[in-house]
Design a protein around this ligand. Structure first.
Ligand code: FES
Length: 339
């Protein structure tokens, strides 16, 4: 049995024991400690932490969850790692992101759904009363949940676009995939009053409240959802720190959430927004190119060292990480699995 110390971003230490034959995630959960995780089999990267000391072996995992360079930098996956000695790990999230009870599974009612641009939908859900959890929607801005269609065996992860609240309201932005089972449900059958099962909250993509650096959010498509949640939370707290949003889609007709962005600009006068279209086929007065390119240009013209929060497909995460590599500050990311 080895000792594992998980040091969180806000300086807390969470300790548990691990047998060499169990994964670090299983060992933590045996001690009723639930660090952020999702797929539990090395595919999503949600359970990624950095090993600072000790010996670890890793089961097979996907390169999308842990790149070679990330592994070389000491990053590892709790769901695949086995301790071979006492181990110290650094988590990229605060203690609040670690649960000390199993993940909630709750029933919710679909209250409204509407198109969000040409290729996404906006869903509003309402938690049903629950003897264990009450009605509140408790999560950290930036986290995601898995939505399940009861009886259909279909479960998909989507970031929450709204903020935590006592009323049990949740908003999601869902990209419609041509053949996706959940997308087909949304396109063909979904109607207000439907019941969905919500697994979560999950994930470690959360604001670093201890940092005073400006916050830059770089989002592709429905990767806007966690940034909306974080920025809405900043608006609720009247947070005055500098912030920028770089939001991009592929085609002009895919731009969505302008009303939500306008409301944020009214509530956060310091927020600067760059709307980006990669390949505009018609008149477009915003930035032409990707949000990573817009961010790189902005970075080249400033001495600011922002905390960069990036959410979207792997190519966007890579491009932002490369652009920020020249010492721009820290990069926090939430990667959407390739469709
Ligand atoms: S939980 Fe998905 S990689 Fe570990």
């Amino acid at each position: 049995m080895y000792k594992v110390n998980l040091l969180t971003r806000d300086g807390a230490t969470i300790a548990f024991d691990a047998e060499p034959e169990e994964t670090l995630l299983a060992a933590a959960e045996r001690a009723n400690i639930y660090p952020p995780s999702s797929c539990r089999q090395g595919g999503c990267g949600v359970c990624r932490v950095t090993a600072v000391s000790g010996d670890i072996t890793l089961d097979a995992y996907s390169e999308a969850a842990l790149s070679e360079s990330a592994r070389a930098a000491g990053e590892t996956l709790l769901c695949c790692a086995h301790a071979q000695s006492d181990v110290t790990l650094h988590a990229p999230y605060d203690q609040q992101a670690v649960a000390f009870a199993p993940e909630p599974v709750r029933r919710a009612t679909l209250v409204a759904l509407e198109p969000a641009g040409a290729s996404a939908m906006r869903l509003q859900l309402q938690y049903q009363d629950d003897p264990e959890h009450g009605r509140a929607a408790q999560f950290l801005a930036g986290q995601f949940a898995e939505l399940e269609l009861p009886g259909a065996g279909v479960k998909r992860a989507y970031s929450i676009a709204s903020t935590p609240n006592w009323d049990g309201a949740l908003e999601f932005l869902v990209r419609l995939q041509p053949q996706g089972a959940f997308s087909t449900y949304l396109r063909e059958r979904a109607a207000p009053g439907d019941e969905l099962i919500v697994h979560g909250p999950k994930g470690q993509f959360t604001l670093d409240d201890a940092s005073l650096a400006p916050r830059w959010f770089v989002c592709g498509g429905t990767g806007l959802a966690p940034a909306l949640s974080m920025l809405r939370q900043m608006a609720e707290f009247a947070d005055a720190r500098a912030c920028r949003l770089f939001f991009g889609v592929n085609r002009v007709e895919e731009v969505f959430a302008r009303d939500a962005i306008d409301a944020l600009q009214a509530a956060l006068p310091q927020l600067s927004v760059t709307l980006c279209v990669w390949k505009p086929e018609s008149d477009w007065r915003g930035f032409t190119g990707t949000p990573a390119e817009a961010m790189a240009q902005a970075l080249a013209g400033t001495t600011e060292q922002p905390d960069i929060y990036v959410c979207g497909p792997p190519a966007l995460i890579d491009a932002v990480t490369r652009a920020a590599a020249g010492g721009a500050g820290r990069v926090f990311c939430e990667q959407f699995a390739p469709a």
